[in-house]
Design a protein around this ligand. Sequence first.
Ligand SMILES: Nc1ncnc2c1ncn2[C@@H]1O[C@H](COP(=O)(O)OP(=O)(O)OP(=O)(O)O)[C@@H](O)[C@H]1O
Length: 473
Amino acid sequence: MGSIHVSQLGKAYKQYPGRWSRLLEWVTPFLGQRHRLKWVLQDIDFHIAAGESVALIGVNGAGKSTLLKLITGTAQPTTGAVTTHGRVAALLELGMGFHPDFTGRQNAVMAGQLIGLSVEEVTALMPGIEAFAEIGDYIDQPVRVYSSGMQVRLAFAVATAVRPDILVIDEALAVGDVFFQQKCYERIRAYCQAGTTLLFVSHAMGAVYSLCNRAILISAGRVALDSSPREVIDLYNAHVLHQREGKAPPPAPVRTATAEPGSDAAGRAADGSASRQAPADSSAPVAAPEAATVPEPAGTPPTASATTAADATAPSTVGSFAHGGATLDAVGLYVDDQPAATIVSDRVATVRVESRFAQGYADPHIGFQIRNARGEAVFMTNTYCMGQRIGPVAPGEAVRAEFSFKASLAPGDYTITAGVAEGGAGEGDFRQTLARQQDASAFTVLRNLDAIVWSGVCNLDPICELQRQAPAC
Ligand SMILES: Nc1ncnc2c1ncn2[C@@H]1O[C@H](COP(=O)(O)OP(=O)(O)OP(=O)(O)O)[C@@H](O)[C@H]1O
């Protein structure tokens, strides 16, 4: 069974001031060091027990890929150590491990050998690999003529041809088309259910919710939070929001998961366990890693349940903050103009957001988001996106926004998050968040006994038409 133990892990790259500095340092070592160390990971400690599914989350440049490289042994740590127990299958950078001049089949054999399979074993597995990859005759073409999607298909098919003890995936699946992604997720889920330990890097939060029961937020090369996916994604979204607005990242909530100590046995053992330790002469961190560019938080509808309904109604302060420009005085759900904590699915409901502006703004807007028990956003919009311009507001002015809709949601628990912002809300426009209240209010959707029988995230209220044709006799 696969486990991963990471202890005091750090990684620094040497940075030279000029083109010739590296060579000069090499030929004239007695003149002293010409490089400075750039630390991209520092003081990373965690333990992943066998069978856990853990997501590594963080903004671009946070250090996630570097951490995976250290764990899989494709890069060496500067400080600390990594110990893995069990056979590791990894899908890291696209094309990594494939030789462009060899065919897909030849590369599959070589990649299979790298994960400990014999040529005979890979040959026996080849029909299954070809069937999974679905790249047809390209399997006998050199990999250099493959598209990026074809490379991922082959890489995933080979890496997972046999269930590994530990599966490490770095964003790779984002390259494939949706049908291939679904096939991969099904295989990952099946392997996880059978006991595989998963370490998964993704910016697709839906996939994180769907696959993982734990998440670790990496921020500027350090562990910012190690907790449930819901809590970690909340903090990640708050990081993204703060970074977009040029603010320092918000702190993690006080409670964090505790790392369990694991084995520190050195070297690669017969059971597939491996340990990597920094060289004894590693120097101490000298500089903080640089800030990174910011992606949009992603979210797609997932399937598996990672948190309970009770979690959904627990107030979260992680993504809440007040800029000072506005306050949110009241946020709630209303049915027939009355505050409501429950609503029958498909009935009309209203989200009411009451805000007050501390100063004047030219183009403010008010928005809301509904999240389910797993913390996934099932719907969000705002006045700007709905073509309702509030227009300039004066200091002290109060604005109430009411959003009425048919609550065609699946029975379950939901929360309402509300926000007030100033500036453009279009794609790519800069926006300043004036106030935001995460999970400000909660409600429960009850089953509508008059509706059709359905399952899923929302009732699409389908119309069904049947056509029959008598058999020709
Ligand atoms: N070989 C290298 N030499 C110097 N710096 C490096 C090297 N590889 C990575 N870095 C730096 O390390 C930092 C972390 O990079 P890393 O790729 O691990 O981030 P990430 O969290 O995986 O980002 P992304 O989400 O964009 O993939 C970045 O600042 C990057 O520029």
